[in-house]
Design a protein around this ligand. Structure first.
Ligand code: DC
Length: 230
């Protein structure tokens, strides 16, 4: 069984997906981290993102490396833990452009589908319900007011990267979020779109627990409806 969670930046996707998976005993995959790892790998290899052939050659050998440590996902590149580094500004600035490249998406989507085989999982990203798992059991699409999302992301940067936060203002974060959302929505390959059959939740005025409970209730109702049909 696959549950997908998609939506723009700072709608609470990652935390909601993680908590939901924990509560229902599913495995959880954050596919944004895969795009971030691939971006860091390309940056480190000094590959010119505009050279599609070079990117394609690199991606054909690229393997995603995720390990569970004390119940937390850690991300690795060449045996080095890059879990923190992939959240920093250099990767964040480049990732939307990398994620728009078809050769990058093809490789990562293939890895995602392989990981999903035969398991119960929550997959979180931008195109999970539309392109990667169009037949998912349950699709969730999270939205939120721009102001609220920008405030959340700014507070997250202050908390996680205090040094970076000194160089950045709330207004700047808000602008960058709008730019990245526009990039993710406007790209040609698998743009961010609300799946037609998704449960849509505006998370602006809700707590994480409320959203998670709403999804669980919806899933239970689906099950009851299905059982009564049988
Ligand atoms: O969720 P995030 O901010 O960590 O995602 C990083 C980037 O990767 C973002 O620009 C969108 C892109 N992404 C994507 O194109 N498809 C996915 N399934 C997940 C993320």
């Amino acid at each position: 069984v696959i549950i997908t969670i998609d939506g723009p930046i700072a709608t609470g996707k990652t935390t909601i997906a993680k908590n939901l998976a924990g509560k229902i005993g599913f495995i959880y995959f954050e596919t944004g981290a895969m795009y971030r790892c691939a971006t860091l790998a390309l940056i480190r290899a000094g590959i010119d993102f505009r050279d599609e052939q070079m990117v394609a050659d690199f991606m054909s050998h690229y393997d995603f490396d995720m390990r569970i440590h004390r119940r937390e996902c850690r991300y690795y590149l060449e045996n080095q833990d890059v879990t923190e580094e992939i959240r920093g500004h250099p990767v964040t600035n480049a990732v939307s452009a990398i994620a728009a490249l078809p050769v990058v998406r093809q490789r990562l989507v293939a890895i995602q589908r392989t990981m999903a085989e035969g398991i119960n999982a929550v997959f979180e990203g931008r195109d999970m319900g539309t392109a990667v798992f169009p037949n998912a059991y349950l699709k969730v699409f999270l939205t939120g007011k721009e102001e609220v999302r920008a405030r959340r992301r700014y507070e997250e940067v202050c908390r996680r990267f205090p040094l970076e936060a000194e160089q950045i203002t709330y207004e700047q974060v808000k602008r960058e979020i709008a730019e990245r959302d526009a990039y993710d929505t406007g790209r040609l390959t698998s743009p961010l779109r609300q799946p037609e059959d998704a449960l849509v939740i505006d998370t602006s005025d809700m707590t994480i627990d409320e959203v998670v409970q709403l999804v669980i209730d919806y899933k239970d109702d689906m099950k009851v409806a299905q059982e009564s049909k049988e």
